[in-house]
Write a protein that binds this ligand. Structure first.
Ligand code: FRU
Length: 424
């Protein structure tokens, strides 16, 4: 591993650890790290499709970018099936929850546009049927490359397998709207290797997805973050002193936490275009803590690297827990060491009274955090819910040193541009 990293002039590094001791500091419902309650009477973006993971068009430095005054977002999207007999319950009513829960199997990339950074208008599918090589088009990142409107869409081609891929196209604007053209040739970039990143053969529940390419503000090179699990056969991982951290007496028992092996992966491009990549050892591991660190992304601020990643309650290991939401870590240099923000890592979690209200948070460099509505209770007991599949209210957050603070709430799906590019 050392030789590999040195080959591309990248400093060899040790992954930073999110320890069990760090996770013990997680406090649900701390108002400074809790998303305001989402009301059950939210508006939906569309009655025809569910949307979840939202990917604003941006440049390689992370800036959310509009084109000719049009904001653009990409979303994971699936048709709603209110009239499909397959999704009717015994009483003939639409079982929206089952339809929603099945969405991952038919996820496709769609795009939306807006003049105001909200009230998104439906654009359509990015790739025509048959272009993407697998059944599922999972999360990634659309990058605006230049003022000719060229866009590289990095995403995850899933089932069979899980491959980080990219497809190039172009954004075209008129005074009436935006269209995506091209996006016809998908290029596979890499898959999990089994030495640094766990493969499907090592663990049927492996995760390898969610590419987030970026230009390092310090060395100027092209890198990519992604979600992975630490390589090794399922059940073979050791949760030792380092993974446990400095826990109080009585907290040494790790139970079955060896099954939780999430990591934030990183790769470096060998070329300027990002067609040829070399995987490097993970930036951060969560062995013994959590099994998923999804959609990792950076905010570069005050000369620091703020690493954010989303995670769930159900993916935590025995003896540790935390809300669904976004977690964060900070370092002075790209390869760390990373320390958990707010001591624990928790940055913005769901309130315990509405544990599934939102997910897939994306922290933008302007401190705004977008997410989607998953489900919101409609009665006191929480047994009745309303399924979302739409944009959540945007949250405003301040990032200060090793701490973060919720400071504002904005409209549903408010994703304003940070800069505008006039297309030539
Ligand atoms: C996050 C996520 C991503 C994945 C997608 C699949 O909500 O699990 O990690 O790419 O959703 O639908």
């Amino acid at each position: 591993m050392k030789a590999t990293t040195e080959k591309f002039g990248v400093t060899p590094h040790q992954p930073s650890l999110w320890t069990r001791a760090d996770a013990l500091k997680v406090r649900a419902d701390d108002p400074t790290t809790t998303q305001p309650l989402v009301s059950a009477d939210f508006p939906v973006l569309s009655n025809d499709v569910f949307i979840w993971d939202t990917m604003p068009l941006r440049d390689l430095d992370g800036n959310v970018t509009s084109v000719d005054g049009w904001s653009v977002i990409f979303t994971l999207t699936a048709d709603r099936h209110p009239n499909d007999p397959q999704y009717l319950d015994e009483d003939g009513n639409y079982d929206i929850l089952r339809d929603w829960n099945d969405r991952h199997g038919r996820a496709k990339m769609y795009y939306w546009f807006s003049r105001t950074g909200k009230n998104w208008e439906f654009g359509g599918r990015v790739m025509a049927e048959g272009v993407s090589p697998t059944a599922r088009e999972w999360a990634g990142t659309p990058i605006l490359l230049n003022d000719r409107g060229e866009v590289d869409l990095y995403y995850t081609a899933v089932t069979p397998g899980a491959t980080i891929v990219k497809v190039r196209g172009r954004v075209v604007t008129t005074e009436h709207g935006v269209s995506m053209v091209g996006f016809e040739k998908v290029k596979p970039l890499f898959e999990a290797d089994g030495n640094m990143y766990q493969t499907e053969a090592q663990n049927a529940f492996w995760g390898f997805r969610d590419p987030w390419p970026f230009r390092d503000p310090n060395d100027g090179k092209l890198y990519m973050l992604f979600e992975g699990n630490v390589a090794g056969e399922r059940g073979s991982h050791k949760v030792g002193e380092a993974e446990i951290g400095d826990v109080p007496p009585g907290y040494e028992d790790v139970g079955n936490s060896r099954f939780q092996t999430a990591c934030v992966g990183i790769a470096v491009a060998r070329d300027a275009d990002g067609d040829d990549w070399e995987m490097l050892p993970p930036l951060l591991t969560a062995v013994g803590v959590n099994d998923q660190t999804e959609r990792p992304h950076f905010v570069f601020q005050d000369g620091k690297y703020y690493l954010f990643t989303i995670s769930h309650t159900f993916t935590y290991a025995d003896g540790v827990t935390g809300p669904d939401g976004v977690y964060g870590f900070v370092a002075d240099s790209l390869f760390g060491p990373y320390v958990p923000l707010n001591g624990s890592g928790l940055v913005l979690g769901n309130p315990s009274s509405q544990p599934f209200q939102t997910y897939s948070h994306y922290v933008m460099p302007n401190g705004l955090v977008t997410s989607f509505i998953d489900s919101v209770p409609t009665d006191e007991s929480g047994t009745q819910i309303r399924v979302g599949g739409t944009e959540a209210p945007t949250v405003g957050m301040k990032i200060k040193g090793q701490q973060t603070f919720v400071v504002a709430e904005y409209d549903y799906g408010y994703i304003p541009p940070m800069l505008d590019v006039t297309l030539k």
